[in-house]
Ligand binder design. Sequence first.
Ligand code: NAP
Length: 413
Amino acid sequence: MSKQEKPKLIRINADGTLNVPAQVKIAYIEGDGTGPDIWRAAVRVFDAAVERAYGGSRKVEWEETLAGEKAFRETGHWLPEASLETLRCCVVGIKGPLTTPVGGGIRSLNVTLRQVLDLYACIRPVRYYRGVPAPVRAPEKVDMVVFRENTEDVYAGLEWPAGSAEAKGLADYIKEQLNREVRAGSAIGIKPMSKEASQRLVRRAIRYALEQGRRSVTLVHKGNIMKYTEGAFRTWGYELAAAEFAARTVTETEVQEKFAGKAPEGRVVIKDRIADMMFQQALLRPDEYDVLAMPNLNGDYLSDALAAQVGGLGMAPGANVGDDVAVFEATHGTAPKYAGQDKVNPSSLILSGAMMFEYMGWEEAAARIRTALEATILAGVVTYDLARQMAGAREVRCSEFASAIIEQMARME
Ligand code: NAP
């Protein structure tokens, strides 16, 4: 970079916070299938929000990063090394959905991205946007942020098919060395969970709760049955809170025993719930929960269940975050049958962009996006997926929905 050139790359400070230049380069992957449709719509909303919020004093330079079918067409690789390097350099990136190539040698590009860049926390905020048709009576009571561990648990890929030599070898080892029986011919999967990975996830969840003024962090586990894995996740979570955040957190038990049932001002309450009970609580008493931290499998199920509860499965934003790189993403797939039709709902990617701006400390841009998107839906201007569930709605194309959000932003000034 020449001396005259303005700095454009985000830097990570020694304490893990971000140093974001006013003119910043952000990596994007437009994605496969409907990805280009939703990217074209979303980027107009992002630029408009930044322009409205900062009047030209801040600006994003979007750096295209190849992945998926477009990368394969142009380079012969599904996920070129240069793309990973761009994401590492930019520190922050945003992506549309990617096809999982069948028989292409890579199991899933999304999983590969998470593993190679060590994006260990999958973050899914779930809240209700007024106007969205929801299946429950009081969807507005849901305002939770799921922190799901992304690298371990039964998703680690350590499993072998029924009848394989590996599964038989493991069964033999278990019988001979551990004196336990596995039914003959079983498939076997392994559920690794480490203190290091569990604690870095919980650390991130507690930091987020403190930064965002959230009330509680709930550790969601199945430790009553899986004592040494899920039970340990719970124990390690409480230990981490006590070791690193003693002055700013308090356990639910302490709230009862030492503070007469009322959490002291400014302290985040650390509590835990067994996963199956958490599914009930999410429906019955959602307003008692705030930030949730959990192992991989629990997080996969619960984040989709919560998103469905607010009617927003197709609108839910998400991010995969590590210590060095964060990638924000639409949580739905490529919906290939609608590719190129300018039809699908770009809200998931747009709201992921709002999360990204919040992560960068550009809260004013994030707030404009969320408020204008909600106002657009409330006005009954929606894409086909919501229109078919809403009486009297005006169905618009993907690009028209983005234009309507941008017009709302102008009206809000
Ligand atoms: P999908 O692409 O999410 O599509 C399933 C259905 O969900 C669509 O047919 C459509 O429903 C609805 N839908 C999805 N996105 C929508 C949007 N933006 N607006 C409105 N409706 C939307 O799931 P899939 O068909 O199982 O997966 C297709 C491909 O995507 C696969 O290759 C899969 O591996 C990949 N995938 C990628 C990601 C990712 O990159 N993060 C995630 C999941 C799947 P209707 O038919 O009812 O209109």
